[in-house]
Design a protein around this ligand. Sequence first.
Ligand code: SF4
Ligand SMILES: [Zn+2]
Length: 330
Amino acid sequence: MHLREIDDAVLAGLGRLAIESRRGSREVLDTAKPFALVREQEPAGKSRGADVATVFLTGAECPYRCSMCDLWQYTLDRATMPGEITRQLSWVLDQLDSQVEARPEWIKLYNASNFFDSRAVPEDDHSTIAKQCESFQRVIVENHPKLVRPTVKQFASLLRGRLEIAMGLETVHPGSMLLLNKGFDLDDFARASEQLDAMQIDRRAFVMLQPPGTEPSESMEWAMKTLTFADAHGVRHCSIIPTRMGNGTMEWLKEQSLFIPPTFRQLEQTLELALDHFSEMVVTVDTWNLELLAGTCDRCIFERKERLERMNLQQCCLPEVNRPCDCAQG
Ligand code: SF4
Ligand SMILES: [Zn+2]
């Protein structure tokens, strides 16, 4: 099966209102605490790991309308009030301090938007947030490449640890970039990387496997091209995300014959290739909800997912799992 050409009718279906019209409802959120807090190990380089707390903060929605995004579900339909983020962080620190283990080395402050959009994270809260994060060696926040502002440098200077900015690069495939509606181009990403490099701020990037507009037979090649672009622009860590449905517009793009979801086997092969290829840049796959991908079954999913998690952490290829099934042929 092949994808069809992108035409004006498709692009008209990716406008702001069209994307919003296909959405479901938001989650019921409580701004007294974050939407979720996860503690996990992740590779800090090719030979060591870090203990990381990932905080999913609740705040204002992102102003962009990327076609694959479903993060708006976890956001408010108003601006974040001053003090709401710091209150959520106090809750997080209390939770971490009630655990037997020492505090994690790193913290990810993910707000389903852009940390340096003052509607999402009020600038008046930056100094309190920096103080709350003073025990962490690395603070990772999400931000759009077009929102590298003077406040980024100011916030970095308030931190005791190192700031890392995670950006959704997604793909370098021109047709897919058009369909994703990201609101930036590769020059913008390169410029943002240069600016952050000059500020001595690390970069992480999200890379999509088989976004809309990318043929399944070429998706590994395009993922590798995207990882190579990220590596050339000094990205420290790339996380590969298998493109998922669920936000309405991805279903619509599938109906338009412009999107075919990737399989579990494609994700495995992409990580194998990337780990063999990149000697310095950390490359991982996002293992969230992998059971929803085609090409797995109840008999193999657990061991295959566990292998990917170990490959993520060890940053090397591990032998394939002996499968008791033939579900991965696709
Ligand atoms: S910039 Fe990020 S949060 Fe905003 S719409 Fe795009 S993917 Fe979603
Ligand atoms: Zn199976």
